[in-house]
Design a protein around this ligand. Structure first.
Ligand code: NAD
Length: 287
């Protein structure tokens, strides 16, 4: 009788857990860090290795991960594919390659597993898949998880709103390590989106990326991007507003990937008790 009672109780807790994730039951905090099962997509990568340390340091349960076949996962538990990983976890932290975004969105949505996505170089189709996933599961996608850069996004929007576009030319300069595969960086594009939002325009209508050759004079309202690559620079970004008689510059240097890894794990713990939805780092950091 006692056993049956316990079993019934376990079934009820399981029901509450699953239904709250589907947004049917009230929003209840159902996981502590210790009981939160986290998987890492891209576990063999530069970010994946650091995330492994930070998930354990946060006291969550690291279930394992996935990576490109043949990569050295340094002893981590590897799952056959993202579907198998998603089925074994409450939440997946994903720092891989843009080509994985659509299949990962499908697998995580199917499993009802939350998604913290840091991959950059996303296409419009990737962004649409992320938005669609956000209607079914809790999702945070951010081009940069460091608190400093997220504050920079907020400041960029305020500066752009205060400084007229016909007088202050906005230019974004970024430099990263020589292995980086996408340009401009997701963070640089995030800064561009923040400036565009402050000016009430759409970035795609004003972006000028990588000037070369006979470009003609700069037009009012353009948001320019320049990309540098070299060595092992973790990530440096500057936003410059330049007028005829003054210049104001906002600069962020990341010295260590840990700034991104701790931010992503913080986002994961924050997301653990949320209903399905597309959330952002501003909400995580309370900005
Ligand atoms: P990396 O090349 O060191 O690691 C990539 C990882 O993804 C590896 O584990 C690799 O095996 C895996 N992978 C690649 N292609 C795959 C595929 N098709 N299927 C399954 N796994 C695959 O790269 P990194 O420096 O760790 O960066 C990973 C991503 O995270 C990049 O897009 C990078 O720009 C982005 N990033 C984001 C932030 C942020 O704060 N949002 C910070 C740093 C890096």
């Amino acid at each position: 009788m006692m056993t049956n009672g316990l079993a019934l109780c376990a079934v009820f807790v399981h029901y509450l857990t699953k239904t709250s994730r589907l947004g049917i039951a009230p929003d209840i905090a159902y996981k502590t860090p210790m009981t939160l099962k986290i998987g890492i997509a891209g576990i063999s990568g530069r970010m994946g290795q650091m995330l492994t340390e930070e998930v354990v340091a946060a006291g969550a349960t690291l279930v394992g991960g996935v990576c490109r076949p043949g990569d050295d996962a340094k002893g981590a538990t590897l799952f056959a594919d993202i579907a198998a990983l998603a089925a074994a976890c409450d939440l997946v932290i994903d720092f891989t390659h843009a080509s994985t975004v659509i299949p990962h969105a499908t697998a995580l949505t199917h499993a009802g597993t939350s998604w913290v996505l840091g991959t950059t170089g996303l296409s419009a189709a990737d962004e649409a898949a992320i938005a669609a996933a956000g209607t079914k599961i809790p999702v945070i996608a951010a081009p940069n998880f460091s608190p400093g850069v997220n504050l920079m996004f907020a400041l960029a929007e305020r500066m752009a709103a205060a400084l007229p576009a016909n007088a202050y030319d906005a230019e974004i300069l970024e430099m990263h390590h020589r292995q980086k595969v996408d340009a401009p960086s997701g963070t640089a594009l995030g800064l561009g989106r923040a400036v565009a939002a402050g000016r009430g325009v759409d970035l795609k209508d004003v972006i000028v990326s990588g000037r070369d050759g006979h470009t003609g004079p700069r037009k009012d309202g353009e948001i320019g991007f320049a990309t540098l690559r070299g060595g092992q620079i973790v990530g440096s970004h500057s936003l410059l507003f330049t007028a005829g008689s003054e210049q104001i510059t906002l600069t962020h240097h990341a010295f260590d990937r840990r700034a991104f890894a701790t931010g992503a794990v913080r986002a994961a713990l924050w997301l653990a008790d949320k209903k399905p939805g597309l959330y952002n780092m501003k909400q995580v950091l309370g900005m």
